[in-house]
Write a new protein. Structure first.
Length: 281
């Protein structure tokens, strides 16, 4: 819950500083970009199927209000500047009227970064010395992290995409990487969640992913965005491993789409089993 912005951001500043110290003072097992990748036997076991812990409000630490991302009154408090805070409030007002569209409702495009870490469906992690892939059950989502020793491509060799370019290294059994060149809100098709939270195409992120003491897969992100944010934005997500033998199935939201858009009213409908729209609240 959102209680005190001053105390919250004081704690978050300490977290950011701590992450920076960890990155600088990593143990001797760490590998810098440009090194050869680790041996396969040195990699952690992230096999199986994983599920995010908690709802799809992207930043639970600054959540205000009770309910989920589509519940009126629920919002988050990233360190937006005045322009992007005003835009977010416009999105929230449309969300409260059930008029804010989410393009992934038909699973037609990737969810993008960093929403790839904020999905209700399950995940699989493919860990190899030269790459790690994060695969989601929901939609056409593959997030690739290169750990083969390459450097981040030069700015002139990158362009904005849904998930951007991610290059990293292993520090013991912790995967550390950067993501750059993401689309953000430039084409109005990448959200962070259904409250209407968005970033610009200048956003970048540093990440640390590891299995914590509770046995959950944890990812600590620090997001920067000189166009939208006034400072670094740390966000943490955790994922639990599901029982052995759990299977993942592909699907398309359009297979049984009961939420068409009424273009005349500008609202999303919900259809009953006979194909008739339920009354709008």
């Amino acid at each position: 819950m959102w209680n005190s912005s001053q105390s919250l951001w004081s704690r978050r500043a300490a977290l950011i500083a701590g992450l920076g110290v960890i990155l600088l003072l990593a143990p001797g097992t760490s590998r810098a970009q440009g090194d050869t990748p680790p041996d396969f036997g040195d990699l952690p076991d992230w096999s199986g199927v994983w599920q995010m812990i908690g709802g799809t409000v992207f930043d639970q630490a600054t959540r205000e209000g009770e309910g989920g991302s589509t519940t009126p009154g629920v919002r988050e408090h990233p360190p937006y500047n005045a322009e992007w805070e005003a835009m977010y409030r416009e999105h929230l007002a449309l969300r409260d009227q059930q008029r804010f569209p989410d393009v992934i409702s038909n699973c037609g495009v990737p969810v993008g970064w960093p929403r790839i870490f904020n999905l209700p469906d399950v995940y699989e992690m493919v860990v190899r010395p030269e790459q790690t892939w994060i695969l989601s059950e929901n939609g056409p989502n593959v997030y690739r992290i290169y750990t083969d020793g390459r450097e981040m491509p030069a700015p002139e060799d990158r362009w904005p995409t849904y998930t951007g370019v991610s290059v990293g290294r292993w520090e013991g059994r912790t995967l550390v990487w950067e993501t750059k060149s993401t689309k953000g809100w430039m084409d109005r098709d990448v959200l962070l969640d259904r409250t209407g939270l968005v970033l610009s195409n200048q956003a970048e992120g540093t990440h640390r992913m590891y299995v914590n003491d509770a046995g959950n897969l944890q990812i600590d992100m620090v997001i920067t965005d000189p166009q939208a944010l006034t400072g670094p934005w740390p966000v943490t997500h955790q994922f639990r491993r599901l029982p052995p033998g759990t299977m993942v199935y592909d699907y398309g939201c359009a297979e049984n789409n009961r939420n068409p858009v009424d273009t005349e009213q500008g609202v999303t409908l919900t259809l009953d089993p006979d194909g008739n729209p339920f009354p709008l609240d």
